[in-house]
Design a protein around this ligand. Structure first.
Ligand code: CDV
Length: 314
């Protein structure tokens, strides 16, 4: 069965390095320029990276007070980010943006927002799968302190109506977990967007560097296919003050095929005309969830966090 076309101009705005010395204003200027480029190519929606407004600060050990003052946003939009909202409104382009959120009651989240064509925030997500550690690893070449600086997200994965598109979002490490995608596809997501900061070096074990890109791509491709969604992923990459992070921003179709991929480690816009009917075709056929899923046999997924004993069998 093939459905009627429903095409959306979908763009990913990959960012090159944001160094410690870069101001929020200079970063937002780069985002605005890429939004204009995306609009020039017919984009309706642009995906920006995780923690897009600053350097990837979880690589540095510092006091919580210093982190909050330097890297967290207490309101959104705020004066620094307002030009991006103004540009979105004047161009009629929606966007996804990742940033560090400090709430009025002192909670800290690695957050992202969905903003519609009228520049209204229609959805907020707070990262659930926080990687790394909370202690100071003195022997490591750099830190990955997401477990120190952020609280675990307090809301489940969601799907929002974004300018008539059912859109879900997550952040970086979330993309590696099948549950992330399934929970959103069970809410009928058509597009899932995410930003990431993936250091090319693993501080926990001597992982071959090429595996970082390999796992990023297979995760995106398999998840888009198995969940019948378009997936759009935006990297912050290159050398941030000497610390390298992978690029490889991609747009993946519900077929599991990469339909656009960044070729640099700099600011770079990639875009496609994404036909949402393609997702529907897969949902009505091989992955007709209502017809084929057997949740009664998947109970362990919600009953267990880690592995345990084999199930008793009759
Ligand atoms: N920002 C991240 O979540 N980064 C992780 C790294 C630590 C592996 C990622 O999954 O890409």
């Amino acid at each position: 069965m093939t459905m009627h076309s429903r095409k959306v101009g979908l763009a990913v705005a990959q960012m090159g390095a944001v160094n410690l010395a870069d101001s929020r204003a200079s970063v937002v200027k780069r985002l605005v320029e890429m939004m204009r480029e995306a609009h020039g190519r017919g984009a309706d929606f642009v995906v920006f990276p995780e923690l897009a407004l600053t350097t990837f600060f979880p690589r540095y050990w510092m006091s919580m007070q210093e982190a909050e003052q330097r890297y967290f946003e207490t309101s959104m939009p705020n004066a620094d980010v307002q030009p991006l909202f103004d540009t979105a409104k004047s161009l009629g382009v929606g966007f996804y943006l990742g940033y560090a959120e400090l709430t009025p009651d002192g909670q800290r989240f690695n957050a992202s927002i969905l903003v519609n064509k009228q520049a209204e925030i229609v959805g907020k997500y707070r990262k659930i799968h926080l990687p790394g550690h909370d202690d100071h690893k003195l022997d490591a070449p750099f830190q990955h302190l997401e477990k120190k600086y952020f609280d675990v997200g307090d809301q489940p994965f969601g799907v929002w109506n974004l300018d008539e598109i059912k859109m879900g979002m997550c952040l970086c490490n979330d993309r590696r977990w099948p549950e992330t995608w399934r929970v959103m596809s069970l809410q009928s997501a058509e597009i899932i967007v995410l930003g990431y900061n993936t250091p090319s070096r693993n501080i926990h074990w001597p992982e071959p560097v090429h595996l970082r890109m390999h796992h990023h791509l297979i995760t995106l491709q398999a998840s888009a296919y198995q969940n019948c969604v378009w997936a759009a992923a935006a990297a912050k990459c290159g050398y941030e003050d000497g610390h390298h992070m992978i690029g490889g921003s991609v747009i993946v179709a519900p077929t599991g095929e990469i339909v656009a991929q960044a070729s640099t480690e700099d600011d770079e816009v990639i875009s496609v005309s994404a036909d949402l009917a393609l997702a529907e075709t897969f949902r009505k056929n091989v992955f007709d969830f209502a017809r084929h899923r057997r949740p009664e046999h998947y109970r362990l997924i919600v009953e267990r966090t880690g592995p345990g004993e084999p199930l008793e069998r009759a």
